[in-house]
Design a protein around this ligand. Structure first.
Ligand code: PLP
Length: 452
C-alpha cells in the first residue's frame, strides 16, 4: 500500500498534474522538477529555499531580473486603471497607441506600423499571414514560400515550427510544404577543411542564389533570420553574412525579416541585433525582453515599405482579418513601455555593454578546458560547445547529452544554464553585477570539471 499519510512532494505533484514540453523526461523522473516560488534580482528560489543564479534569464526574457519594482508597479498601476482590452473594432487602449509609437521610435525604421501578438511564435505566424495576404492582394498569390535556415528557431505554432530549422519537428510531420531551410551560418561546425570564413559566407550566398533560381523568386514571400541564432546554440554568422545575403534578396524583391525575439532590446549590445550585425531588415519580429518577461507579448514591426503596402492591401478589402483576443493588451503595453524605458534609459543596455568584456573573458577562460571546442557569442549571449576531442571537433555521444549533464551539474551547483545540442548556453540578465558574473563562471567551471 502506498503511504498516503505523508503529503506528496512538490516534485511528485508537478509530475502528476503537468504535461511537460521541451523537457528531457528521463532526467525529470530521475532528478525531479525544480519547483520555484520567487526570485531576487538574477536569482530564483525553489520550494526548499535553494537559490539558483539564473544564467538563462528565464527563457532569454527576464532581462531586468525577477523582482524589478518599476515593472511590477507599472503592471499594478495599469491593472488598477484598465485591466484588459483588445486592439480591434475601432477601439484600442491609450497604452497601445503609446507603445506602437515607442516601438517605431526605437526601431531602425524612420516610420512603420506595429501589430501585437501574445508570443514570438504568433508574431512569426502573423508575419507569414501578412505576407500571404499582401501578395494575394498585389496579384502574386503564388508568392508563399518562406526561406529560413537549418537550426534556426522561430517558434512552435504550425507555421513558426515550419520556419524553425530543427529536426525535432519531424515528430509532428513538419515542416509544411513551402518552408525551405538553407545552410546554418555556423562556420566552426559547417566550414569545410581549408575553407576561410569569407569563403563560407560566399558559399551560403551562392546557396541562396541557387535556391531562388530553383524555386523561382516569384514564389518566395520572405527570408526570415535571427541576427544571432539563439536556440540554435548562439550561432554568430560568419563575417559579411548579412552583407552578402541582403543585396541578393533585394535584387530579387524578397523581404528580409529579422527575428529579434531574443536579440531585440539589447541582448547583443545594441537595441537590435540587426544593428550589431549592420543590416537593415524590412520587418522585425519582437517579443521576450520587450516586456522584460513580465507579460507575454509579441509584435510584428513593419518597416515603411511593407507598412505602406499592407495598409493599401487592407484598405482595398476594408479589413485585415486577423488578431488575438489579447492583442495590444493595455497591461502588456504599459509593462513594455516601462521595460523599454528601463532598458534604454535606466542603464540596462549600458550594463550589457559594460559587462560584455567580462563575459567574453569568462567564456575565453573556460574555452581553455580540454573538452570545450568553441566559445562563441555576442553581447550577453554565449555558448560553450562541448567536444570529446578538441582537435577533431568530435562530439560526445551517450544517451544523455553532455550539455544536459553539464546543466544538471550546474543546477546542483546553484546555477541555471541551458543545454542546447552539445552546447551549454549563457544569456544572463542585463542587471547582473560583476560579482554575480564571476559567480556564474565559477559555478559553471565547477559543473564542467565535474562532468569532464
Ligand atoms: N523566435 C525566436 C528567435 C525565438 O527565440 C523564440 C523563442 O525562443 C520564438 C521566436 C518564439 O517565441 P515564443 O516562445 O514566445 O512563442
Amino acid at each position: 500500500m502506498p503511504d498516503t499519510s505523508t503529503p506528496q512532494s512538490w516534485e511528485a505533484r508537478a509530475e502528476a498534474a503537468s504535461f511537460y514540453g521541451f523537457t528531457d523526461l528521463p532526467t525529470i523522473h530521475e532528478r525531479g522538477t525544480v519547483v520555484l516560488t520567487h526570485g531576487e534580482g538574477p536569482y530564483v528560489v525553489d520550494v526548499q529555499g535553494r537559490r539558483y543564479l539564473d544564467a538563462n534569464s528565464g527563457l532569454w526574457n527576464m532581462v531586468a531580473g525577477f523582482d524589478h519594482p518599476g515593472l511590477a508597479a507599472a503592471a499594478k498601476a495599469q491593472y488598477d486603471r484598465f485591466p484588459g482590452y483588445h486592439a480591434f473594432f475601432g477601439r484600442m487602449s491609450d497604452q497601445t497607441v503609446m507603445l506602437s509609437e515607442k516601438l517605431i521610435e526605437v526601431s531602425p525604421f524612420a516610420r512603420g506600423k506595429v501589430f501585437y501578438t501574445n508570443s514570438g511564435s504568433e508574431a512569426n505566424d502573423t508575419l507569414v499571414k501578412m505576407l500571404w495576404f499582401l501578395n494575394r492582394a498585389e496579384g502574386r498569390p503564388q508568392a508563399r514560400k518562406i526561406l529560413t535556415r537549418k537550426n534556426s528557431y522561430h517558434g512552435v505554432t504550425v507555421v513558426s515550427a515550419s520556419m524553425t530549422g530543427k529536426p525535432y519537428n519531424d515528430v509532428f510531420g513538419l515542416p509544411l510544404d513551402g518552408f525551405i531551410h538553407l545552410g546554418c551560418p555556423h562556420y566552426w561546425r559547417e566550414g569545410r577543411d581549408g575553407e576561410s570564413e569569407a569563403d563560407y559566407t560566399a558559399r551560403l550566398g551562392a546557396e541562396l542564389e541557387d535556391t531562388i533560381a530553383r524555386e523561382g523568386a516569384a514564389s518566395i514571400a520572405a527570408f526570415v533570420a535571427e541576427p544571432v541564432m539563439g536556440a540554435g546554440g548562439v550561432i554568430v554568422p560568419p563575417e559579411g553574412y548579412f552583407q552578402t545575403i541582403a543585396p541578393i534578396l533585394k535584387r530579387h524583391g524578397i523581404p528580409l525579416v529579422s527575428d529579434e525575439v531574443i536579440c531585440g532590446f539589447g541582448r547583443t549590445g545594441a537595441v537590435w541585433g540587426c544593428q550589431s550585425l549592420d543590416f537593415m531588415p524590412d520587418a522585425i519580429i519582437a517579443s521576450k525582453a520587450m516586456t522584460a518577461g513580465y507579460f507575454p507579448m509579441g509584435a510584428v514591426i513593419l518597416g515603411p515599405d511593407l507598412a505602406d503596402r499592407m495598409q493599401d492591401a487592407a484598405e482595398a478589402i476594408e479589413e485585415f482579418p486577423h488578431g488575438f483576443t489579447a492583442s495590444g493588451h493595455p497591461v502588456g503595453c504599459a509593462i513594455a513601455l516601462k521595460a523599454i524605458d528601463v532598458i534604454l534609459n535606466e542603464g540596462l543596455l549600458d550594463n550589457v555593454r559594460a559587462l560584455t568584456p567580462r563575459f567574453e573573458a569568462g567564456m575565453a577562460r573556460l574555452a581553455q578546458m580540454d573538452h570545450i571546442g568553441e566559445a562563441r557569442g555576442m553581447g550577453l549571449m554565449g555558448a560553450l560547445e562541448a567536444v570529446q576531442d578538441k582537435a577533431g571537433k568530435v562530439p560526445f555521444d551517450g544517451s544523455l547529452s553532455v550539455s544536459e549533464r553539464i546543466a544538471n551539474a550546474s543546477t546542483d551547483a546553484g546555477l541555471i544554464c541551458r543545454p542546447l545540442g552539445q552546447a551549454v548556453v549563457l544569456c544572463p540578465p542585463f542587471i547582473m553585477t560583476d560579482a554575480q558574473m564571476d559567480e556564474m563562471f565559477e559555478k559553471l567551471e565547477q559543473a564542467l570539471t565535474r562532468v569532464f
